[in-house]
Design a protein around this ligand. Structure first.
Ligand code: ZN
Length: 216
């Protein structure tokens, strides 16, 4: 069986060395990501048990454990010369802003504590295994929480419109444990965004308080 492999947009013959379904659902962890997605535990075909954002597995963005993904992508990168791809350019640009002190943008990134996790800085394959193929030329990498750097759980491909929604005008709230966008909380409580803002101002947003964000 040949199956579309969303990581690199190439076709991977899964019967060659793997089963059709590599990640088997084990259980929900009860935790959510900063933007409110459920996290669940899955078992990879190699035996590794790992936590994933459940929707990423459901939508086919995560098919294997981290190590298997990285191995597969590393092989593809080698075979298909990803070095001149848009994704590689993105990766090296981020790495440059975060790590290279002589980069003109360093002061806004690495110099302001916006870092790239070591695993990705050291491996394009690992970065690509997580983010997958750039959906269109309009997409770029968006940090979900602008206080946090380039790390698993905090990045996605997004269009300028999607990113605009996630810029400084976004209000983040916290329940003391996780951080959410106010519009997500509004949706959860089944109220409008405006009502959520009003309740937040009065300290009556179901226990949620404003999450103070650093200048980014
Ligand atoms: Zn695995």
């Amino acid at each position: 069986m040949t199956r579309h492999y969303p990581c690199c947009g190439l076709y991977l013959d899964l019967n060659r060395n793997m089963g059709d379904r590599m990640l088997t659902f084990v259980s929900y962890t009860g935790n959510k990501t900063a933007d409110g997605h459920k996290i669940a535990t899955f078992r990879c075909g190699c035996g590794t048990v790992q936590d994933f954002v459940a929707s990423r597995v459901k939508n086919g963005y995560a098919n294997f454990c981290k190590q298997c993904s990285t191995n597969i992508v590393a092989e593809k990168v080698k075979t298909h010369g990803m070095k001149y791809s848009a994704e590689y350019t993105t990766w090296s640009g981020i790495k440059n802003r975060c790590k290279n002190t002589t980069s003109k943008d360093y002061h806004r990134y690495g110099g302001s504590g916006i870092l790239m996790c070591d695993e990705w800085a050291n491996s394009f394959a690992s970065f690509f295994a997580y983010l997958g193929k750039k959906p269109s030329s309009k997409h770029s990498v968006d940090r979900i929480d602008n206080n946090k750097g380039y790390e698993p759980g905090n990045v996605r491909w997004a269009t300028p419109t999607e990113q605009a929604q996630n810029k400084k005008n976004t209000t983040y709230v916290t329940d003391g444990e996780n951080v959410y966008r106010i519009n997500e909380v509004a949706k959860l409580l089944n109220i409008t965004r405006g009502a959520a803002h009003l309740r937040l101002k009065r300290g009556k947003l179901d226990g949620f308080t404003t999450h103070t964000r650093m200048e980014s």
